[in-house]
Design a protein around this ligand. Structure first.
Ligand code: UDP
Ligand code: MG
Length: 309
């Protein structure tokens, strides 16, 4: 069996050598042929230079060097587009996903004839409470909104077979939410539970802004419920409006007094309906923006250089 390991790297000069060593040790112990595809996602540090040195010494090391930073999901996509393995593993470069788990994943795949073995985090060390809380909340929210059900507490760390890789390479969505797309494909998918370590060195390359963008792609590409919710909100407002109108009419006819002294309620209505309208336009706009991205059909990434391919 030929195994491709896909490792996206963005400014990872502090960890990349250690990652290479740990992965190589694991792969040699498995006695399969393998390739380590490092995707340099436009790093501005020494990542590319270090990878270059590794690639000169070891033919198993292959590099896809991007022309700029395109993002984690684009890097993984490039890896899957270029890998030639019978199976592929997607793994982070910061050693949060222990390479040793790959052996376990292969075992499960072989024993159960699975097409996908995805890592489920039993424990996440070294993450802020904010990240843990928002991640938990997001995955549950996504599951409640989406028509596809996703396994909880699961990242992109997973083993997939050639059938799934080929299917994946046929998708032409510009903005990909990879873990979701692979779940959506079906086939036989099984979990592999593992302890997620703390980052080996350096800091997270997923600041809040990137995390939010990623979460919104997951949400808006896998669910049309926000549109339905906007419609429901509209109907609720109409119903409340009709009730309020009736109240105003009645109080005017029977001179209950509230028909004239209405400044507070007028301002409240303007603010409330202004908010509702902006929100629903925003939701609509998000879908139109996504359509815009997809219609342009730009490539997801641009490769500056390929090494050892
Ligand atoms: N990464 C990338 N491009 C980016 C951001 C991140 O290739 O724009 C890589 C990064 O080098 C790492 C993986 O994606 O291998 C996950 O990123 P990180 O560990 O910073 O995210 P976290 O684990 O904190 O969510
Ligand atoms: Mg990480």
């Amino acid at each position: 069996m030929f195994i491709s390991i896909i490792i996206p790297c963005y400014n990872e000069e502090l960890v990349i050598t250690e990652t290479y060593k740990r992965l190589t040790t694991v792969m040699l112990s498995l006695c399969h042929k393998y390739e380590l595809i490092f995707i340099n996602d436009g790093s501005r540090d020494q990542t590319q230079a270090i990878l270059q040195t590794l690639a000169e010494k070891d033919i198993c090391v292959k590099i896809l060097d991007f022309s700029r930073n395109f993002g984690h999901q684009c890097a993984v996509t490039a890896g899957l587009n270029h890998c030639t393995g019978d199976v592929a593993v997607i793994i982070d470069s910061d050693l949060q996903d222990p390479p040793e788990v790959i052996a376990e994943m292969l075992e499960i795949m072989k024993k159960e004839q699975a097409n996908v073995v995805y890592g489920v985090r039993k424990n996440r060390k070294g993450e802020s409470w904010f990240k843990l809380f928002t991640a938990k909340l997001f995955y549950r929210l996504l599951n409640s909104l989406s028509d596809v059900k996703f396994p909880l507490d699961t990242g992109d760390f997973r083993l997939i077979d050639r059938k799934v890789i080929d299917q994946f390479n046929q998708l032409d969505e510009t903005n990909k939410y990879i873990r979701g797309l692979i779940s959506w494909m079906g086939f036989k998918q099984l979990p592999c539970y593992y302890e997620r370590d703390a980052r080996f060195a350096g800091e997270t390359k997923y600041p809040l802004k990137k995390m939010l963008k990623f979460a919104l792609i997951g949400l808006f590409y896998f669910s049309k419920k926000p549109l339905n919710m906007a419609t429901s909100l509209g109907f609720t407002c109409i119903a409340l409006g009709v009730l309020y109108l009736l109240w105003i009419l009645i109080s005017m006819i029977f001179s209950l007094g509230s028909a004239v002294s209405g400044w507070t309620s007028t301002i409240m209505l303007i603010v409330f309906f202004g908010g509702v309208q902006l929100l629903t336009i925003g939701v609509l706009g998000k879908y139109i923006g996504n359509l815009f991205d997809e219609v342009k059909g730009r490539p997801e990434y641009i490769i500056n250089k390929k090494v050892n391919f």
